[in-house]
Design a protein around this ligand. Structure first.
Ligand SMILES: CC(C)(COP(=O)(O)OP(=O)(O)OC[C@H]1O[C@@H](n2cnc3c(N)ncnc32)[C@H](O)[C@@H]1OP(=O)(O)O)[C@@H](O)C(=O)NCCC(=O)NCCS
Length: 154
């Protein structure tokens, strides 16, 4: 299996297709291509030759907080440890840049709990987290589950 690597700008259309494939099924939030281009440096991908098999992004929110977003593994490549490796890549980068806390909003809490993430009330997250929510199709009825992970506790 190929290892997670940082995305290149030319990967954005395939990331867009992968994320929005699952978004159309209501499994995660959609992302416009423009947002993926703007935040391309946040993304890790796993590639098989030229085909993107998985993506995830680590987005810095504030001095002590980053969010893991847009985690997706192609349907026919799930269950092979790719999701695990891409989350670990995000956590390693968070640690490398001295971010002490990472959170996510997801419909798959069990997947994140495996890494040591714990659930918390969304309202406990700082207000800064909600700046992009007005663009979310679910706003203001967010039904995702918030989980948090403290890297400094490792
Ligand atoms: C959730 C997702 C990212 C998992 O990726 P994956 O590559 O299939 O996961 P892995 O093969 O790395 O699984 C690693 C472990 O997590 C477990 N796992 C996978 N999905 C899980 C889930 N939804 N809940 C609980 N555990 C899960 C696996 O059983 C495996 O456990 P094991 O090591 O004990 O065998 C993938 O199923 C996916 O892309 N789903 C559609 C999009 C989505 O729902 N994204 C959620 C994040 S916003």
């Amino acid at each position: 299996m190929d290892k997670p690597e940082k995305a290149k700008i030319t990967d954005a259309p395939q990331i867009h297709r992968l994320v929005n494939y699952f978004a159309d099924k209501g499994m995660m939030l959609p992302r416009p291509l423009s947002e993926i281009y703007e935040n391309i440096r946040d993304y890790f991908i796993v590639k098989d030759d030229k085909q993107i098999l998985a993506c995830a992004s680590l987005h810095v929110i504030w001095a002590d907080l980053a969010e893991i977003k847009s985690v997706a593994v192609a349907e026919d490549r799930q269950g092979q440890g790719i999701g695990d490796s891409i989350i670990k890549a995000c956590l390693i980068e968070a640690r490398d840049i001295d971010i002490p806390t990472v959170f996510c909003l997801t419909y798959q809490p069990g997947f994140f709990e495996r890494f040591g993430f714990t659930q918390l009330d969304k309202m406990e997250l700082p207000q800064k987290v909600w700046t992009e929510c007005y663009r979310c199709p679910k706003f203001p009825n967010c039904d995702e589950i918030a989980l948090i992970y403290h890297l400094e506790a490792d």
